[in-house]
Design a protein around this ligand. Sequence first.
Ligand code: ME8
Ligand code: MG
Length: 506
Amino acid sequence: MSFYITTPIYYVNDIPHIGHAYTTIVADVLTRYHKLFGEESFMLTGTDEHGQKVQAKAKEFDKDPKAFVDEIVLRFIDAWKGLDIQYDIFMRTTFDYHILGVQKALQKIFDQGDIYEKTYDGWYCVSDEIFYTEKDVVEGKCPNGHALQKISEKNYFFKMSKYQQQLIEHIEKNPDFIRPDYRKNEVLGFLKKPLEDLCISRPKSRLSWGIELPFDKDYVTYVWFDALMNYCTAVGYGDSKREKEFSKRWPNVIHLIGKDILTTHAIYWPTILMGLGLSLPKMIFAHGWWLTGENEKMSKSQGKVVRPLDLKDVVGVDGLRYFLTRDIFLGNDAQFSQDLVIARVNSELANNLGNLQSRATNLIDKFFGGKIPPPTKISTLKDPTEAAAELLKSSILSFSPNVAVGHVVDLLNHANKYLEEKAPWKTAKTDLSAAGDVLYDALEVLRISGILLHPVMPTKMTELLRRIGWSKTPNFEDAKKWGMLQEGTAVTKGDPLFPRVETKNT
Ligand code: ME8
Ligand code: MG
């Protein structure tokens, strides 16, 4: 099996914010987990660079669109580097090979008679880059509360309606196609009404920043047709030299998106793929939103962005990655605030995990000269620790990273209590070998936890494992097996792995 996950490609009308960081971190964490389990894994992210929104922003800065996007893209690349994201491809819709692939797709659909011309009379929301009809308009705004532009122009339409029944059947037959379940029901509900055909062009006289239609030089492609195609062109669609790569990757694709772009992914995209004669994605997983204090979605257009790189300075890259993985159930909305981030990092990383490491390594330093003591009997922690590894794996496979991490947190809590009860700092004075057993157990829990949390906190867990004398590349097989640390191996105390973050509220 191979694992191929995508994030949305983000608009480059502004710099990356915590919402973008969230999807990208979750995709990275899932990819790293699948690698840990020994699967061949592949992650795609990138930027959506054409369209009216980006063109308008470039104009605001008095820049040529290409020069403008070239600058903003660097901000995304830098942000992902700073957050330890290991993507395989960073896709840009201005890449030549993407443009060729999109044109090839358009020509194919055109040639088979699925594209026709008519006058479009309706509304356009630049913020969503979506066409809306009269019935969608709420008090002069789009359903998401953005300003609308009235449009009356000749355009090209894709016969989306033709594929409606086929899409309904696919969704019903494949319960994992749209997840979570309630999103699937939302889409099926939407599909109860007849689908309208999809406008897939804009006249160049209105919008020039886009991919030219291969069959009419006076038009560019609608930005969503362009953007969605990136998932295919990135892995070789349209390039005869990359056919093998495409047929290997494409059937496994999983789209991780925010719930804001469910319609484009669960309706527009599958019908386009049907038109192209390509298989549908294995899964579309729509996650929820991080909300600010007033229960509002954080977004660039509202100007309320919390920059991921700012919080990174407070809790560290891995602290932020941990919070975003742990504090939200994938699919639901959750509150985001600096205080919540700090509270989570303090309670589970500084106190729980960090505390176990510093106690264990300090005591080994003090009573065993910094060398791992020999275990003399099978620990009662063996079974719950090995079980945690399996529980974590099944939670990851069911797209519940917060639950997965929770299993490790439970294990660490248990181990801290065990240490408290056994009090090796006392027993060491009367029964050194019993104290050694307890400390060996603590290190084993740390070794397995360090491997299991490595995909979430790669830098910190590498350091944790190093300190307890485990230098092997993290691998799931080693996390399933208790007792692999060798007696006599040196351990390092080090500074606190996760220093407690002090705030005015703590
Ligand atoms: O929609 N909470 O790009 P975009 C969680 N270019 N996730 C959030 C979020 C929040 N508050 N805000 C944004 C586009 N996101 C198109 C996509 S794909 C072919 C084209 C994340 O820059 C979430 O993943 O508006 C959401 O779907 C995405 O950013 C939207 O990014
Ligand atoms: Mg958006």
